[in-house]
Design a binder for this molecule. Structure first.
Ligand SMILES: [Zn+2]
Length: 199
């Protein structure tokens, strides 16, 4: 078992559960979507910034964009270079956020739930539809490894790592999934009252 990968994967799951979810609970409560993100230092995996969707204020405030905007409000002294950071997204980033991560200069991102989950379990089909309609990319088949970055899904990563902690991680992922199912139900129940164009 690769200890470094295990520590990395488990830290990212903990950040989602402990740092992003509380922000998203508050965001969903006021009508926002369930998506969130975080930025960590590569060196020690310490949290630099976590954020959540704030589309009721501006439909461009996706979880990733809110996080990036807050990150760039940090004083430049002490703010790590994006090349030295890990980008974490609760859900596979949409085309807007793929571009934002690219323009920000990150060389990686990691996500928990993939596009199919977002469409089927979270009833938000826009990621795949925009890629198909605007970019002519079918089945969300963008370049997961390219000249700018490489991305990876945490569920697949956890399974690939395996080892004696695999079951613990799988249980954590299911616990997080259940939390997001509740958040999603809450969002879907409220969304008729918001002005988000692609709700
Ligand atoms: Zn997005």
């Amino acid at each position: 078992m690769d200890t470094k990968s295990t520590v990395f994967c488990e830290r990212l799951l903990d950040v989602i559960e402990q740092d992003i979810v509380p922000l998203t609970c508050a965001g969903v409560e006021v009508g926002n979507k369930v998506f969130g993100a975080a930025i960590l230092r590569k060196s020690d995996l310490s949290l630099v910034m976590a954020g959540t969707n704030n589309e009721i204020e501006n439909p461009l405030n996706h979880g990733e964009i809110s996080t990036l905007n807050a990150f760039y409000k940090l004083p430049i002294e002490g703010r790590p270079d994006t090349k030295d950071c890990v980008f974490v997204s609760t859900h596979e980033p949409c085309s807007l956020c793929l571009s934002a991560i690219t323009w920000g200069g990150f060389d990686n991102f990691f996500y928990l739930f993939g596009y199919d989950d977002t469409r089927d379990a979270f009833k938000i089909p826009h990621d795949l539809k925009i890629l198909s309609e605007v970019f002519n990319i079918q089945q969300g088949n963008y370049a997961r490894k390219n000249a700018f970055w490489e991305c990876r899904g945490l569920i697949e990563m956890s399974e690939a790592i395996g080892g004696d902690r695999a079951a613990k991680r799988a249980a954590q992922i299911e616990r997080i999934r259940a939390t997001y199912a509740d958040l999603s139900a809450s969002y879907q129940a409220k969304k008729r009252d918001n002005n988000i164009p692609l709700s």
